[in-house]
Ligand binder design. Structure first.
Ligand code: SF4
Length: 363
């Protein structure tokens, strides 16, 4: 007997996934819980937005990070939320077949598709440092951007050039906005970027039909509006002047502040401590490594790792993040408890965050 899929069960599972994604997005965007049904409805639409995803000079870490997102996986994203028309890493097709698919998608969805760019674009030697299917990254980007509706530059490389653009920048690597100036572009920097910030941007676009508001660097304000230092679980140690002086010392084992190890949290804007990465919701500082400022063009790959950071806001935060138990493997007890509790308190978290931010700039 061949067991078929149960459409009723499938649709319930999908609805649960969509509700999870909507709830997380509402929290991330600082929106009122009243927006959750609207977001869920947008996700359930039969017609999914077409997405063309390009890879240029990069390590594929942005896609890898997305593959490891917790709660909403990549399968849900590409099968149920969007219509992924082209992605070199995930597509089995190759050669002329996949290049034909790219051309067909650009024609079929002209003016409507979202272009996601991962990786920097080399401009020296007429762009010949990065060629795909016999064409340079510059040519491919210009062609695909011409008829897109909006662009999401995912990762620090696509945002401004990333590590490839650090001196002496032998390939002349730049980000999308240096080459495309006539389309709406949002940057989701990070090395890798946080997958939840990408997912929240996609859901925002689906719900409100526009990209989220962004700062001068093109980063969505909901994700890059606060200093890491002001949300860090080690901030209490900074104020009490309890610092790690070398890796493995007592302060390091006890989870003290990494400022003297070159942590760039005091000059870097991002929500890493608030939402964490991957299945364990960890971020570098939580596992004992200083932040290196990868979401800031003027910090990551520019200021040496162990140089002390400029403290942009010396005032103590109004609310301190809860300290985590130091851990060097897996999930700490506190983090494990927090993950378990997170689902239960999601509604409360939305209410708290919604209080801190305007109800919505999208209303
Ligand atoms: Fe956290 Fe780094 Fe700030 Fe210390 S310097 S409180 S480790 S962000």
């Amino acid at each position: 007997m061949i067991l078929g899929k149960n459409p009723l069960v499938d649709s319930k599972v999908k609805r649960r996934d969509f509700l999870t994604l909507s709830t997380k997005t509402a929290i991330a965007l600082g929106l009122s819980p009243a927006f959750i049904p609207k977001m869920t409805k947008a996700l359930e639409k039969k017609e999914k937005p077409a997405v063309i995803w390009l890879h240029f000079q990069e390590c594929t870490g942005c896609t890898e990070s997305l593959l490891r997102a917790r709660g909403v996986d990549l399968a849900t994203l590409i099968l149920d939320v969007i219509s992924l028309e082209y992605h070199e890493t995930l597509f089995a097709a190759a050669g002329h077949q996949i290049e034909d698919q790219l051309q067909a998608a650009m024609k079929r969805y002209a003016g409507k598709y979202v272009l996601v760019v991962e990786g920097s674009i080399p401009t020296k030697e007429n762009g010949h440092y990065c060629m795909i299917g016999g064409r340079t990254a510059m040519e491919i980007l210009k062609e695909t951007a011409e008829n897109c509706a909006a662009i999401i530059a995912i990762g620090s490389c696509a945002s401004w050039g990333g590590v490839q653009s650090s001196g002496p920048n032998p390939t002349g690597a730049v980000g999308v906005q240096s080459l495309i100036t006539n389309k709406p572009v949002v940057n989701i920097p990070g090395c890798p970027p946080n997958p939840y910030n990408f997912l929240s941007t996609v859901v925002h676009y689906l719900t409100f039909n526009k990209l989220p508001t962004h700062d001068k660097q093109g980063r969505p304000k909901f994700a890059y509006g606060t200093l890491i230092h002001d949300q860090c679980e080690r901030r209490g140690h900074f104020n009490a002047e309890r610092f790690v002086n070398e890796f493995g010392d007592e302060g390091h084992r006890r989870g003290w502040c990494l400022y003297k190890m070159g942590c760039k949290g005091p000059m870097t804007f991002s929500n890493c401590p608030e939402i964490g990465f991957n299945r364990y919701l960890k971020w570098p500082v939580a596992i004992g490594h200083p932040c290196f400022g990868c979401t800031e063009k003027a910090v990551g790959y520019t200021i040496p790792l162990h140089t002390k950071a400029e403290v942009l806001n010396p005032n103590p935060p109004q609310v301190y993040a809860r300290p985590q138990e130091p851990t060097n493997q897996g999930t700490s007890l506190v983090a494990a408890g927090a993950i378990g509790a997170a689902i239960g308190v999601a509604g409360t978290a939305i209410a708290v965050k919604a209080k801190k931010l305007p109800d919505s700039e999208e209303e």
